[in-house]
Design a protein around this ligand. Structure first.
Ligand SMILES: [Fe+2]
Length: 289
C-alpha cells in the first residue's frame, strides 16, 4: 500500500491582534488569527508528511505578517507549501509580498509542482491572478506539464474548481464566489481522465463535490468557524484510492448560528478505478459546540 498524509490549513486571514472581525457567514476573527494558527499547529498530527496552506494566508499582503507565520511554521519538521488566495494576490503596482516572504531557501515555500513519489502522484498549484474586480485561475497547461505521475494528481487552488454556488445559496449562506474561468479549469482537469483530488479553500465552508474524475475537498477556514485544522490521508492499493479527511476545529464556535459547514469532521471517499464515491460523509451535526 502507498500512502501520504497531508496537513491542510486555509483562510488564516492573519492580522495583528485587535484587528476587528470581518462579517461573512460567521465572524472572520482576524484579531484571533495568530492565536488560531498557534492552536492549529499544536493540533496538527505529528505524522503528517507535509503541510499545505491553501491561501488567504494573511488578511492583507504584508511581508511581516507572512514572515512571522513562516517563523511559526519552524516548529513543524515537514515541508510547508503555500498557495496564494485572493487576499494574498497583489494589486497592480504592488509588490508580491507573499513571494518575497517565501523566497529564501527554507522549508516553507510557495507551491508550484511537487512530486509525491511515495504515492506515485503530484501535488500541483493552480495559479491565481486578478482580473478587474474578480479573479481567474491561470491556465493549467504549464502546471500539468510538470506531472511526474500519470495516475493521480493533487490539485491545490484557493478558488473552487467545481462550483457549489447553487447548493450554498439553497442553504441560505453567502458564497465567496468562483474564479472567472473555473469551467475552463474543470474541463482541463476532467480531460486528464485519471483521478484528480482538488484541495480548495476560499468558501469558508467545509464541504466536498464530485464530478467525473474530480473529487473536490473544500476545507473549513481557520479564521472563521469551524476554525478547522485538517489532515487528508490518501492510500492506494492498485487502482483503488481511499481519501480520508479529518477536520479538527481548534476553537469554540461563538454563540449564535452554527458554523456554515456541510460535511462532518470525518469523511471518506473512494476511487474504485473508474469513479469517485462518498463512503461516509454523514450530515454535519453540531458536535457539541
Ligand atoms: Fe478567505
Amino acid at each position: 500500500m502507498k500512502s501520504f498524509k497531508l496537513g491542510v490549513l486555509t483562510d488564516l486571514h492573519l492580522a495583528p491582534p485587535r484587528s476587528p472581525s470581518a462579517e461573512f457567514n460567521r465572524p472572520v476573527e482576524r484579531g484571533r488569527s495568530r492565536e488560531l494558527l498557534d492552536a492549529a499547529l499544536q493540533t496538527m498530527d505529528s505524522d503528517i508528511e507535509a503541510l499545505l496552506v491553501l491561501g488567504d494566508f494573511a488578511d492583507r499582503p504584508v511581508v511581516d505578517e507572512y514572515a512571522r507565520a513562516v517563523q511559526r511554521f519552524g516548529m513543524l519538521d515537514v515541508p510547508v507549501y503555500v498557495i496564494p488566495g485572493n487576499h494574498d494576490v497583489p494589486r497592480s503596482g504592488e509588490k508580491d509580498s507573499l513571494s518575497a516572504a517565501l523566497s529564501g531557501p527554507r522549508h516553507v515555500q510557495q507551491l508550484h509542482a511537487q512530486g509525491i513519489p511515495g504515492l506515485d502522484a503530484d501535488l500541483l498549484a493552480g495559479g491565481l491572478v486578478r482580473e478587474g474586480e474578480g479573479f481567474r485561475m491561470t491556465r493549467c497547461d504549464e502546471a500539468l506539464s510538470r506531472r511526474t505521475s500519470r495516475t493521480l494528481t493533487l490539485w491545490a487552488t484557493h478558488f473552487p474548481v467545481l462550483s457549489t454556488a447553487d447548493e450554498i445559496a439553497r442553504r441560505g449562506w453567502e458564497y465567496a464566489g468562483d474564479a472567472g474561468n473555473h469551467d475552463f479549469v474543470r474541463a482541463s482537469l476532467t480531460a486528464l481522465e485519471t483521478p484528480v483530488i482538488a484541495l480548495t479553500g476560499h468558501l469558508h465552508i467545509r464541504s466536498h463535490a464530485i464530478s467525473s474524475n474530480i473529487l473536490q475537498l473544500t476545507h473549513g477556514a481557520l479564521a472563521e468557524a469551524p476554525h478547522d485544522a485538517t489532515t487528508v490521508t490518501i492510500e492506494r492499493v492498485a487502482d483503488r484510492i481511499t481519501v480520508r479527511r479529518t477536520a479538527r476545529p481548534v476553537a469554540q464556535t461563538l454563540t449564535g448560528p452554527a458554523a456554515a459547514v456541510i460535511d462532518a469532521c470525518d469523511t471518506t471517499f473512494v476511487w474504485d478505478g473508474s469513479r469517485w464515491s462518498d463512503q461516509g460523509s454523514a450530515p454535519y451535526r453540531s458536535e457539541g459546540r
